[in-house]
Design a binder for this molecule. Sequence first.
Ligand SMILES: Cc1ncc(COP(=O)(O)O)c(C=O)c1O
Length: 419
Amino acid sequence: MTTRPVSPNLALDEVVAQRRARGETIAHFGFGESRLPVFPQLALRLAAGVHRSAYGPVAGDPTVRAAVAGYFGRRRVPTEPDQVVLAPGSKALLLALQIVVPGHVVLPRPSWVTYAPQARLARKPVHVVPIATDHGGVPDPALLRRAVAGAQGQGLIVLTIPDNPTGTTASPELVRRICAIAEEKDLLIVSDEIYRDLRHHPDVPFLSPAEVAPERTVVLTGLSKSMALGGWRIGAARFPAAGRWRSLRDAVLSIASEMWSALAGPMQEVAEYAFSEPPELRTRVAEDARLHAAVASAVHRLLIEAGATNSRPTGGFYCYPDFESLRAPMADLGIRNSAQLQQHLLEEHGVAVLSGHHFGDDSQALRFRVATSMVYGDSEEEQMQALQSRDPAGLPHIRRQLDTLAAALANLSGRWRRP
Ligand SMILES: Cc1ncc(COP(=O)(O)O)c(C=O)c1O
């Protein structure tokens, strides 16, 4: 039996929880979760759904699928309920796709920690293609063209817009270029849009591949990030309605029926409400996005001041700095790769981040992901304060953790003396 490790971000979150339980103080930037209270109406919907104890249709109840179809329709992607599948998290849908779509899997480098392990579980060959310098989530088009030049047959490419780990949002122009290559090379596009509603400003341009290549794009979304409901496990996918990928939804439904049967009944009640986007919920999502923008920008400034190269985040709650500029002083501290950098920050400074190699990046590069949404507070009161503040990064409980990060980074260069 091949034993595979637990996904590194979940594993790190557990390590931090254990160390905190032992009394250690850790500034936790290592896990991609939006630490915010459940919106009260969502809790009420969950309570109202408690009697929904039947299994129900595998794809989700028709009324819930209609709500998801409406969600996509309001985003320039007209959708029929029969194109939608709900599941316990978008992760489950992604794995089902990786299992049923034949051929290779093309991933941007770096990309979210789960894509490559899932491809390996599905026994698919993986091609990683570096991102361009300014935008993560999609591969550099020239490098993509070169990588798939000799590839024969089908395959899929995963895009993340906005991106985890870089926190950047691919431009519409870039999305169009990738869609053209996918068309030419007959790749199915899996567009992971779970951070779409958390763009930092309404004017950050967004183009879904489903608008450009609807017959070869599956869109994944969910409530884990935009509604801060990761633990409730609610995900959804939109499948092509026509073309040669028309039967893909049925193939995924077959896997779903054997693996999870259906999204839990009470969660369907929540999903129907959330995907129909009543005004009060839109307001809350906009407040969340404002908070993520403010804290991610503060962290970005701090990283630049510490000497990192770092693209400005425009969506979600991540920064992905590169500390190549500090290679020499870090070598004096015995840090020569990203795993050692992660280890050093945790052991010496009580700062948890996730190193770049977990995202498929060059293990020798001095890069890591900072999840900026973990610092909003331990209590609901602190988290609400963060949501309502005009200057959340200035709140004492958030400032303290940002200062810990800044001090740790200063130490990486501080001991260095040029010979
Ligand atoms: C890019 C990306 N996709 C999907 C997910 C997980 O989604 P879900 O909770 O819907 O399974 C995450 C969570 O970290 C993510 O960062």
